[in-house]
Design a binder for this molecule. Sequence first.
Ligand SMILES: Cc1ncc(COP(=O)(O)O)c(C=O)c1O
Length: 394
Amino acid sequence: MKNKEKRIETAMIHNDEKTGKYDGSLTTPIFQTSTFSFSSAAEGERRFAGEEEGYIYTRLGNPTVRTLENRIATLEGGDRGLAFASGMAAVSAVLIALTKAGDHVLCSNGLYGCTYGLLKMFEEKYAITHDFSYMETEEDVKAKITPDTRCIFIETPINPTMKIIDLAMVARVAKEHGIPVVVDNTFCTPYLQRPLDLGCDIVLHSATKYIGGHGDVIAGLVVGKKEFMDDLAMAQQKDIGGVLSPFDAWLLLRGLKTLHVRMDRHSINALDLAKRLDNHPKVKHVYYPGMEGNEQFNIVEKQMKTGGGVLAFEIEGGKKEAQQFMDRLHLIQIAVSLGDAETLIQHPATMTHAVVPEEKRQEMGITDTLIRLSAGLESVEDIWEDLNQSLEEG
Ligand SMILES: Cc1ncc(COP(=O)(O)O)c(C=O)c1O
């Protein structure tokens, strides 16, 4: 049975490699090597010429990394996957591959702060402009497409405001204009959302988050069609070089084996916390699209398995009150990142999105009392007691 025929929970765990490969080792070995020796000069020549399959040098490919790349390609339903040294290495590789000086990128109205920073840098250095849109309707998308638009770049849910974008609808409009749609699927993973099935073209991840799952690795992944991915490997990986190490690839393979179990629990905890926060008199607003009553719940039902493990909320007051609320927590860790076993809380306005200018932040809905919480795998009662005692004391 090939991986493509397995259900997603099984495909996360099993290699498509033959049993017995690598002396029967159950887990993929870590090929901690920078280079690979050739049996002859002629073999080296053939490999460099692309006439023969085989490894050359770890920046160009490595068996541990390749196993991970094949695994994520299967899980996302794409032709080929590539692993990068960080989520930002993946984001930058894709954006560099799709654009040249003078082009335009249409983005979701809300992006991870460093993706925003990268686009600002593109604008200043290469006159690659960008626009933002909530893409609520086909007309919204069409209105922001220009003759120079070379890519639509979407986060959904948007970090950190948790707004949702209808991927099938955007993909439909983009197809009419011949523009590729890139989805940052970090918050969902292929277990909750498969953008390629919805008509999008490229999917990428900060695998640092749920895919790694244990807060011990920085990594990025990209999946797409063969032609684009082959170009990405040659131009971005070979020549720019932000590749993943074999050990880090091994950590991600290990993380993937439990991803579905963890995502289910993260989602259950997040929904429970969202409901309790929503009922607390000191909480002004809760942003969790997977909660019934949320205005975008219908899109969640259509394209996601659950609402995921991240939520955001606002309390009364300003920056001072938000910071004091966080400082009163004991169990919950004040830290950026998400998708770890520990519940993490952060203040986007002064942390992950501090690079976004104040005016733009406000426009994106990142107020001074917006707090983002990544629900961990602890007992939800313990997480709630910690949140509640801090709310009560405030
Ligand atoms: C949605 C999203 N995309 C990309 C990144 C960047 O990933 P990394 O930190 O692995 O470079 C992050 C990091 O927080 C993120 O949240």
